[in-house]
Design a protein around this ligand. Structure first.
Ligand code: PNS
Length: 177
């Protein structure tokens, strides 16, 4: 039987619990799910592509049918390269709908065979976005429960490089800040 491969494209700067919730849901309905990080020269991301890839690979390591990749150019072209027949996207609230519909219809115009599948993350993540997580963290607010512990630690280190050194030293001696 034909395997149904889906891509889950996005910026993931940084990955949030909402993204992981969607990855888990997607992994249950597709045979293979490729989390595809867009290499976007127009954006100035907080985390490098390498950092985002490493975080996502670590966080999705327990899903056997999920892999992480990086792409540039059109999503439809990337989907064709990895033989995906669907694009997975999350819809959190009505406000997402217009932008997502526009993208889905443009992708359909470019590649009529490629279907966009929308899934809703758990309601506790319905207000969550990478942009808000970055903003709250940058302004010193708590992002506990919004991102995995690994991402929280990386964000803190990113915003306070001295902490990174401290954590590196502590991890060599088996402790963590
Ligand atoms: O996480 P994001 O930033 O909402 O993801 C947006 C993304 C990566 C899905 C979108 O920008 C995209 O598909 N970019 C690739 C370029 C492309 O194919 N553009 C035309 C699609 S409408």
């Amino acid at each position: 039987m034909r395997k149904v491969i889906a891509i889950y494209p996005g910026s993931f700067d940084p990955p949030t619990n909402g993204h992981l919730d969607l990855i888990e849901r997607g992994s249950k309905i597709f045979d293979e799910l490729v989390v595809a990080i867009l290499r976007n020269p127009d954006k100035d991301p907080l985390f490098s592509l390498h950092e985002r890839r490493h975080m996502l690979e670590t966080l999705t390591g327990n899903f056997k049918n999920v892999r992480v990749d990086v792409f540039d150019g059109l999503t439809v072209d990337y989907a064709a390269r990895v033989k995906a027949s669907a694009v997975l996207r999350g819809i959190r609230a009505l406000s997402d709908y217009e932008y997502e519909l526009q993208m889905a219809l443009m992708n359909r115009k470019l590649q009529p065979e490629l279907e966009t599948v929308f899934m809703m993350p758990a309601e506790q993540y319905s207000y969550l976005s990478s942009r808000l997580v970055r903003e709250v963290a940058q302004l010193g607010g708590s992002i506990e429960d919004l991102v995995p512990e690994m991402v929280e630690r990386r964000l803190k280190e990113k915003l306070d490089p001295a902490l990174k050194l401290q954590n590196a030293r502590k991890s060599r001696t088996g402790k963590r800040a």
